[in-house]
Every structure is written in C-alpha cells, then in structure tokens.
Design a protein around this ligand. Structure first.
Ligand code: GRF
Length: 217
C-alpha cells in the first residue's frame, strides 16, 4: 500500500464524526492517518475527545483574526507545516474564503446531514421535516467555495418517521454519518474516488441492496 495520507480534521463542536474518523483510521490498512485536529472554538468538546484518542490538537480562534482571509491563512499555515494532504470538515461552522476552498479543491471533504442538494445550510433536519420528505440522510462532498454545493462523493439514506422532531431525526442521521464518513475518506485516500469536474468518479463495488421504501410497504 502507498503511504497513508496525512489528514487533518476541522471542527467547531462536539466532534462525534471526528471521533469516528479517528477510530476508523486506527485500522492498519486504512489509507489515511489522522494527525491533526483544528478547532476554531477553544471550548469545543471535540478537542478533549481528540486528545483522549491520542491526536494532536490546535486551536485557531477565528475571533482573533481581522478577516476571513487572515483566519484561513492561519489554518493554511498549520496544515502546510504538518504536511497535511487531506482535510475533513466535521461540524466546522466557518465559511471559508474562495481562495482557501479552491486551493484545497479535491483534497477537502465535508459531511452534511441531508441528502444534498436538498436542505443546504443551517437546520437541515428541520428543513427536511418542514418539506415533508419521507427519506433523508447525509452526504459527504468535496468542498467548493459555494456552501454545501460541492461534488457529491457518498450518501446514506434514513427514513423520516411519524412523530420525528429535528432532534430525533438528527440522532438517526448522525448514527449513519459515523459509518459514511470513514467510508468516504477511505475512498478518497485510497484513490478510489476522484474529482472529475463537477462530479466524483468512484471505482469499486456497487451497492445493490434493496431500496429503502418509506413508509414501509
Ligand atoms: C453533523 O451532523 C455534521 O453532519 C454537521 O454538523 C454535525 C457535527 O456533529 N456538519 P459532530 O460535531 O461531528 O458530532
């Protein structure tokens, strides 16, 4: 196997997706190693979690920078200094400058708790409930300058149930996020998934599982 890709995770909060990526990357045959976690919020609970999992952490507090560009430059500097090859946003609540997103195009992923392109931006679970969809889920995509609009790499579906609240739907989607993100990073780090213009080309097995019908027949 070629060298494992040096990967950084950007967080702002809880870091449960970060945790699942760190766990997955412990497997000796995993093609990425998580070497750095950066938080823009000093109080992010994910920082302690990363430390417990043995990963180096760094706080780059956006409130200490005069502009978005200056904040992004500090992140860039930290990534380059650590020889980072891939970046995963995991609950990272900052919009990046176009220059940063462009520089990392094809090397930066994000996970969003909806089936994009539906329900971009904030409160996607509530947006899904308001729209009355019967199936929602999560999406891992390459990051581009436009929010939640980059080429789609992987998706997972969950049913929306009668009586769901944003909180119950969030919990159901989050459990699937923890499976999807490690899978998606593996595809990119191994070279099985590549950016090809506005689309992602993925080599490998196709999922022929039975379709998810919601409500159940
Ligand atoms: C996840 O739902 C993720 O999809 C979204 O923000 C949430 C972060 O949760 N971008 P966590 O910090 O990974 O627990």
């Amino acid at each position: 196997m070629s060298a494992r890709k040096r990967t950084a995770i950007l967080i702002s909060g809880r870091g449960s997706n970060m945790g699942s990526l760190i766990e997955a990357a412990r497997a000796p045959d995993y093609p990425a190693e998580i070497v750095l976690v950066i938080s823009n919020r000093p109080a992010a609970p994910g920082l302690e979690r990363a430390q417990t999992q043995g990963v180096e952490t760094l706080v780059i507090d956006h409130t200490e920078y005069a502009s978005r560009e200056a904040f992004d430059a500090a992140i860039e500097q930290a990534l380059v200094a650590d020889g980072i090859e891939l970046v995963c946003q995991a609950g990272f609540m900052r919009i990046q400058s176009a220059g940063f997103a462009q520089r990392w195009l094809g090397r930066q992923l994000n996970i969003h708790p909806s089936l994009l392109p539906s329900f971009k931006g904030l409160h996607p679970q509530q947006q899904a409930l308001d729209a009355g969809v019967r199936i929602s889920g999560c999406t891992v995509h390459f990051v581009t300058p436009e929010l939640d609009a980059g080429p789609i790499l992987a998706q997972a579906a969950v049913p929306v149930l009668e009586g769901d609240t944003a909180a119950t739907l969030e919990t159901r989607i989050l459990a699937v996020e923890h499976q999807l993100y490690p899978h998606a990073l593996r595809l990119v780090a191994s070279g099985a998934a590549r950016l090809d213009g506005p689309r992602v080309v993925v080599d490998g097995p196709v999922n022929q599982a039975a379709p998810l019908l919601s409500p159940a027949p």
